[in-house]
Ligand binder design. Structure first.
Ligand SMILES: O=CC(=O)O
Length: 334
């Protein structure tokens, strides 16, 4: 970095050791060794003093917080792919640049999505729990016991064919699923050909025709409750839904209702509407074997977290070298 003064970087959560060591070498880094999520007053104090804020998805970087930032706060370099926890427009109004960490968690999140696509219809957790909780009760293989649903030959409908959606499609194709997708715009013809993918301009029509729905779009005001009660009702009773994107894209109460009434066969959820709170009705459905719940671990690999840290560092360094950081997130209006 050309600046002599090292930027003051406030990091809201504990990061992998290798990332923290590098941050300490390069910046005047304030770490969170205990990993206790920061309160809003702590964040207010941070934005009044730091040059850079490094938040994660568990922080609420809203307009009220950003408006209290001191003039020295130049950059919000989020340790995340999603940026729904940051009011990017409010940051832009204050002249604060926002960056994220795309690409490096695409494959990991797609792997976890595929794991849920397999786990729910094939009753993976239910079966494993029998051996963990009541091993003596297993009487051996049976032709009619613990039957799930076949994956091969079914249709998957991917909502959001960005990087992660496309990576899910590649995996799903390898498992013999035919690929259907809904996106704001069609993907390029080469990718569509490679995936033998069918584009649905109408989400409603796609939902009514697929066996597995995978939610892979970002959370934005436009995608809030995209899967509403009305849309969930369009799905077939033998179909499944998997969400590794953000909880608020699905109307969770409506989903619970559909699952309870058997209007959807099952769900695999890595994200929830009110994280970290998980609706007890979902936990009950999990105990009944209708859903598989994961604690937002879609991108949780050691390699991925280190790569995310590297991206944050590159974004900070590039900014303070006087260049446009590679992962700048643009506001909706400039
Ligand atoms: O959900 C995780 C992320 O957006 O990085």
């Amino acid at each position: 970095m050309t600046n002599r003064k090292r930027p003051k970087v406030y990091i809201t959560r504990k990061l992998p050791d290798a990332v923290e060591t590098r941050m300490r070498e390069l910046f005047e880094a304030e770490l969170n060794i205990d990993d206790k999520p920061r309160t809003q007053p702590e964040l207010v104090a941070a934005v009044k003093a730091a040059d850079v804020l490094v938040p994660t998805v568990t922080d609420r970087i809203d307009a009220a917080l950003i408006e209290q930032a001191g003039p020295q706060l130049k950059l919000i370099a989020s340790f995340s792919n999603g940026i729904d926890h940051i009011d990017v427009d409010a940051a832009a109004r204050k002249g604060i640049t926002v960056t994220n960490t795309p690409n490096v968690l695409t494959e990991d999140t797609a792997d976890m999505t595929m794991a849920l696509i397999l786990a729910v219809p094939r009753r993976l957790v239910e079966g494993a729990r029998i051996l963990m909780d009541k091993p003596g009760e297993w009487t051996g293989w049976s032709p009619t016991w613990m039957l799930g649903r076949r994956i091969w030959g079914k249709r998957i409908g991917i909502i959001g064919m960005g990087r992660i959606g496309t990576a899910v499609a590649r995996r799903a194709k390898a498992f013999g699923l035919s690929i259907h997708y809904h996106n704001r715009k069609r993907v390029n013809p080469v990718t569509e050909d490679e995936l033998e993918a069918t584009y649905w301009d109408s989400l409603d029509q796609m939902l009514a025709r697929v066996d597995i729905v995978s939610v892979n779009c970002p959370s934005t005001p436009a995608t809030f409750h995209l899967l509403s009660a009305r849309r969930l009702a369009l799905m077939q009773p033998n179909s499944y839904i998997v969400n590794t994107a953000r909880g608020d894209i699905i109307d969770e109460d409506a989903l619970i209702q559909c699952l309870r009434e058997g209007r959807i066969a099952g769900a695999g959820l890595d994200v929830f509407e009110k994280e970290p709170a998980v609706n007890p009705k979902l936990v009950k459905l999990a105990n009944e074997g209708k859903v598989v719940l994961l604690p937002h671990t879609g991108s949780a690999t050691i390699e991925g977290r280190i790569d995310m840290g590297d991206k944050v560092i590159i974004n900070i360094r590039t900014y303070f070298d006087g260049h446009r950081p590679p992962n700048r997130v643009l506001p909706s209006r400039t």
